[in-house]
Design a protein around this ligand. Structure first.
Ligand code: HEC
Length: 144
């Protein structure tokens, strides 16, 4: 590599990391959910997810873990299908239909939703998600 090209790459990398820093600093105000759930709640939800959902939807929420061909709950195909629909619609679907052969306690689904938000890389905050949180009216979107 010529030294000129090397300087070019260096400034590119510098610009990229500056951009990242700016995004990180503004992260709390992005519309993709500023602290809709707490980290502790996501931990609880993760335990439920692993016990009651992962066998079909996969450990990393990418779906298709077994013969039930469960859809992904994260990743590009998921967002293609769900972007723009309210978060509450996804929560309600899960609470009313999942897992297919059983119903869990209603409050448990909110915890699972918190875990799903964490996997989507929405930032955790100081307030727990609850079934009547106004944030559930927000449209689903991939985190920036
Ligand atoms: C036995 C396998 C199985 C288990 C366990 C399971 N699911 Fe599902 N899930 C499915 C299948 C299959 C579908 C697709 C249903 C359909 O299209 O009618 C689905 C669909 C969904 C959807 C809708 C996704 C979409 O894009 O339409 C959500 C949300 C969901 N499941 C959440 C959960 C949650 C949360 C749990 C754990 C509490 C769970 N599921 C447990 C098999 C499962």
């Amino acid at each position: 590599m010529t030294s000129r090209a090397r300087i070019g790459w260096f400034s590119l990398a510098l610009a990229a990391s500056l951009c990242q820093a700016v995004f990180a600093a503004s992260g709390q105000s992005t519309s993709a959910g500023a602290g809709m759930y707490t980290a502790a709640q996501a931990d609880r939800g993760k335990a439920v997810y692993e016990q009651s959902c992962a066998s079909c939807h996969g450990a990393s929420l990418r779906g298709g873990a077994n013969e039930f061909a469960a859809p992904a709950l994260a990743g590009p195909f998921f967002f293609e299908k769900w972007s723009g629909r309210p978060l509450g619609t996804l929560l309600a679907y899960a609470a009313e239909n999942m897992p297919p052969d059983a119903r869990l306690a209603p409050e448990v689904y909110v915890d699972v939703m918190a875990y799903v938000l964490q996997v989507w890389k929405y930032p955790a905050g100081a307030t727990e998600l609850s079934a009547d949180s106004a944030v559930l009216k927000r449209p689903i979107q991939a985190a920036p």
